[in-house]
Design a protein around this ligand. Structure first.
Ligand code: PGA
Length: 253
C-alpha cells in the first residue's frame, strides 16, 4: 500500500514563538495515524531543531527541511548540508521547489547533485516540479514535467527510488488560489506514474507517493486527494493555520 502524506511547507514564515505554537497545536491533536498515513511540517531551517524537539514528543508528526546545499561542507556562507540535517535527526528534505528554481536559479543539473547528496546521507527527498502557466497553455506540460523528472532523477537506481516522494506543483497554482481541478491533477499524476513505470517497472511505480501541491485548502483537499493517483499534498499557505492544516490532514483518508 502506498503512503499517503500531507506535508506543510512553511516557506519563510513564522518567528520562533509562532513556530513553536503551531507545532504544539498540531502535535496535540494529531495522535495515532493509520499505518499508511504520514504528516510532516517543513519549517525554515532556523526552527528545525525546536520543531523537531516538539515533534519527537508527539505521535506521528515528522519534520523535514525546505532545502539543503549539495556539498558536504565548506566555504558556502549561509548554507546547510545534508549531513547537518541528519545530525539534527531530520530525515526528509524538499528539493526543487518552484521558488528555489525561480528565485535561486536551481536547475536540473544542480538538483541532481542535491538529490545525490541527500540520498548519500539517507535523507528522503520530496522532489517538487511542475509546469508554468505558459507551458500548460501551449500544451507542453506533459513534456516539461517528464523532462524535469528525467533530468534530475532518472540516473537513480530503482532501490534509491524508495527514498523519493514526488510533489507535482503546477507553478500557476502555487500561492494563487487557483488550484488544478481534481481531473487535471489526476491526469498529470497518472502520466507521472506511468512515466516512472516505463523506466523503473511496476513495483517502483506502485510504491511511489505522488503529492499534489498548489492552493490546496480545506474545501478542496478531499476531492483532490480522492483521485486514484494523488497520494496527498504539499501545502503552503494553509499549513500556517492549525485548523486548516488539520482539516487537510483529515482529508487524506
Ligand atoms: P500553496 O503553496 O499551498 O500556498 O499554493 C504550495 C507550495 O508551494 O508548496
Amino acid at each position: 500500500m502506498r503512503n499517503r502524506i500531507v506535508a506543510g511547507n512553511w516557506k519563510m514564515n513564522l518567528d520562533h514563538a509562532q513556530a513553536k505554537t503551531l507545532t504544539q497545536e498540531i502535535a496535540q491533536v494529531l495522535g495515532d495515524l493509520p499505518q499508511n498515513q504520514r504528516v510532516m511540517v517543513c519549517p525554515p531551517s532556523i526552527h528545525l531543531n525546536t520543531v523537531a524537539a516538539i515533534a519527537s514528543e508527539a505521535d506521528g508528526l515528522e519534520v523535514g527541511a525546505q532545502n539543503m546545499h549539495q556539498a558536504a561542507s565548506g566555504a558556502y556562507t549561509g548554507e546547510i548540508s545534508a549531513g547537518m540535517l541528519k545530525s539534527y535527526d531530520i530525515h526528509s528534505v524538499l528539493l526543487g521547489h518552484s521558488e528555489r528554481r525561480e528565485y535561486f536559479h536551481e536547475d536540473s543539473a544542480l538538483l541532481r547533485q542535491k538529490v545525490d547528496a541527500a540520498l548519500e546521507n539517507s535523507l528522503e527527498v520530496i522532489f517538487c516540479f511542475g509546469e508554468q502557466l505558459a507551458q500548460r497553455e501551449n500544451d507542453t506540460h506533459f513534456e516539461v514535467v517528464s523532462a524535469q523528472l528525467k533530468d534530475a532523477l532518472f540516473h537513480l537506481t530503482a532501490d534509491q527510488w524508495s527514498k523519493i516522494v514526488l510533489a507535482y506543483e503546477p507553478v500557476w497554482a502555487i500561492g494563487t488560489g487557483r488550484t488544478a481541478t481534481p481531473e487535471q491533477a489526476q491526469e498529470m499524476h497518472a502520466h507521472i506514474r506511468s512515466f516512472v513505470r516505463d523506466q523503473y517497472g511496476d513495483s517502483c511505480a506502485d510504491q511511489l507517493s505522488i503529492l499534489y501541491g498548489g492552493s490546496v485548502k480545506p474545501n478542496n483537499a478531499a476531492e483532490i486527494f480522492g483521485q486514484p493517483d494523488v497520494d496527498g499534498g504539499l501545502i503552503g499557505g494553509a499549513s500556517l493555520k492549525t485548523e486548516d492544516f488539520l482539516a487537510i490532514v483529515a482529508a487524506m483518508k
